[in-house]
Design a protein around this ligand. Structure first.
Ligand code: VGL
Ligand code: ZN
Length: 205
């Protein structure tokens, strides 16, 4: 069984959003085109409480992009984004919703961020995604969404660590690129861990 994992295709990561990913809106059409080809489609949703420790606003004197230690882990500070119940946290309006069988929220614990759709950054808690895929007999994961160099990368790496055959869809993902080259490095990391990086056209034929 093969599953498509849509990572954080939410308003705050689209152009004009609080943590806008350049060309983030371009992943929507790719996601919509791929969904009907998969027997199982799931989505992750960045879903932070207002007091989340990854928000620069919650650390007086700190600015987005700075790195702090949060609960013993290195943490990049971000603009306030994807706050639970806000429009920014909702899925992109143009994203097809009907094919999505299950949604997994992440980043709920104020003390630890969660880039991967499977586990928090300390790997202390599961979101339930891994157990869900296992229960549905999934052996192969195809991952796309936002952002390539954060949540898409870590979701793909965790899928690999759980023994899933994993493909990252390059044109179905866009990156933040805090440092130039971050997207290319993310793709290289996924390949080095045993994952494939492919274009959506190759998955459609
Ligand atoms: C993400 C930074 C903070 C992502 C989420 O979805 O890639 N990046 N929260
Ligand atoms: Zn976040």
């Amino acid at each position: 069984m093969r599953a498509l994992i849509l990572v954080d295709i939410q308003n705050d990561f689209l152009p004009g959003g609080a943590l806008a990913v350049p060309e983030g809106d371009r992943v929507i059409a790719v996601a919509n085109a791929l969904m009907p080809r998969f027997p199982l489609v799931v989505a992750t949703q960045d879903w932070h409480p207002p007091d989340h420790g990854s928000f620069a606003d919650n650390h007086p004197g700190r600015a987005p992009g700075e790195v702090i230690t949060l609960a013993g882990l290195q943490q990049v500070l971000w603009p306030t984004h994807c706050v639970q119940g806000t429009r920014g946290a909702e899925f992109a309006g143009a994203l097809a919703r009907e094919p999505v069988a299950q949604i997994f929220v992440k980043g709920v614990d104020p003390e630890v961020d969660s880039y991967s759709g499977f586990f928090d950054n300390g790997r202390r808690r599961s979101t339930g995604l891994g157990e869900y895929l296992q229960a549905h007999g999934v052996r192969e994961a195809v991952v796309l969404g936002l952002a390539t160099d954060y949540c898409v990368k870590f979701t793909a790496l965790d899928a690999l660590s759980l023994g899933l055959q994993t493909t990252l869809v390059e044109d179905g993902s866009r990156g933040v690129e805090l440092q130039p080259g971050d997207v290319a490095r993310a793709l290289a990391e996924v390949r080095a861990a045993g994952g494939a990086v492919r274009r959506s056209a190759d998955l459609l034929d």
